[in-house]
Design a protein around this ligand. Structure first.
Ligand code: G6P
Length: 340
């Protein structure tokens, strides 16, 4: 098995480093796929688009939802297991996101919405997966097999495929997407050393926050999920502006708060609030002099998730390894959950 790890100590680390290639392959495959245009047509004409997903896939769905909602579309990202709380009607379209294509919660949700008459579009990483077979339009990313339990390269590949769809729906130019893998590469290279350093502090942290705003928020949710999954650190994520409405009560001297800054000036106010309560700030962004723990990433408009994904994934990885855990096989978790 060590050979297939390509010299890396774990699949998770290898797969994080495989991200630029996974994104490149996903984009080139999807750009040549006629089904993409079919999906774009269906979604462009949709009344509402419901995005159905679980776990990490749900966070990718939030990015898609935000982009289109800001342009006047109605996109409703939903946690698959909560499907009974939603009803579709004529003209609604379901976009199911599942890297495995086998998650039972997602299968149950699409079955229900299919019965209600909705068109089902899916994006999976496995050709002819169950969810693909049950879809009217089957789209595929091409991240390659992912063996670590935590989703890493499939997450950024989902984000890439969703940005392609949203740009096509909005009639935007697609050139910017050709930089996605470079932004990932720059971020991997520019943040790994610092994440190793930060991990030595966080291995003893019982609890921490991930805060961000706008396009950074799904990344903060994903950062908190990742570090819970593989490093067993209790982590919560909030929109930075909401952190003053409750969560800040937990903050005292040394409480770790990771700020993911996708280039939003207003975050500085929230950083100051946290600092003044004694929080230890870990800053990812392009501003300087925010904290002694800060790391710079390459932000490009529309590609912010690719700058922020590597540090959150690497931080979870290094905290896990620093605690002597096996990030590839976290307790209580399965790569694919086929039970209710
Ligand atoms: C499981 C995995 C998560 C994953 C979720 C959804 O809970 O542990 O890492 O995000 O399933 O998986 P999917 O294959 O549907 O994307």
């Amino acid at each position: 098995a060590s050979a297939s790890k390509g010299g890396y100590s774990h699949f998770m680390l290898k797969e994080i480093h495989d991200s630029p290639l996974a994104v490149k392959e996903t984009l080139s495959t999807m750009m040549a796929d006629d089904s993409v245009d079919k999906a774009v047509k269906v979604m462009s004409q949709a009344n509402r688009i419901f995005v159905v997903a679980a776990g990490t896939s749900y966070h990718a769905g939030l990015i898609f939802g935000r982009e289109l909602n800001m342009s006047g579309f109605t996109v409703i990202p939903m946690i698959a297991s909560e499907y009974p709380s939603y009803r579709t009607r004529a003209g609604d379209v379901i976009l199911a996101l599942s890297q495995s294509g086998e998650t039972l919660d997602v299968k149950m949700a699409i079955k229900e919405f299919k019965n209600e008459g909705s068109t089902i579009i899916s994006i999976t990483n496995v050709i002819e997966s169950t969810i693909s077979r049950e879809s009217d339009v089957k789209l595929y990313m091409r991240a390659g097999p992912e063996l670590g339990v935590a989703a890493t390269k499939t997450f950024v590949s989902q984000v890439a495929s969703l940005l392609l769809l949203k740009s096509k729906i909005l009639g935007e130019k697609l050139d910017y997407l050709s930089h996605a893998h470079e932004v990932l590469e720059a971020s991997l290279e520019g943040t790994e050393g610092q994440m190793k350093k930060w991990s030595s502090t966080l291995i003893s942290a019982p609890s921490m926050y991930y805060l961000s705003k706008g396009v950074g928020l799904p990344m903060a949710l994903e950062g908190a999920l990742k570090i819970k999954e593989v490093a067993y650190v209790h982590a919560e994520s909030y929109p930075a502006g909401e952190s003053k409405h409750g969560p800040i009560a937990l903050v005292s001297e040394g409480f770790p708060v990771v700020f993911l800054d996708p280039g939003i000036d207003e975050l500085k106010v929230n950083i100051e609030e946290m600092k003044s309560r004694g929080a230890r700030i870990f800053y990812v962004g392009t501003s300087k002099g925010i904290s002694k723990d800060e790391v710079e990433v390459r932000l490009e408009k529309g590609l912010e998730p690719f700058a922020l994904a590597p540090p959150i994934q690497l931080l979870a990885y290094y905290v896990s390894v620093g605690k002597g855990l096996d990030p590839d096989r976290p307790r209580n978790l399965a790569k694919t959950v086929t039970v209710e």
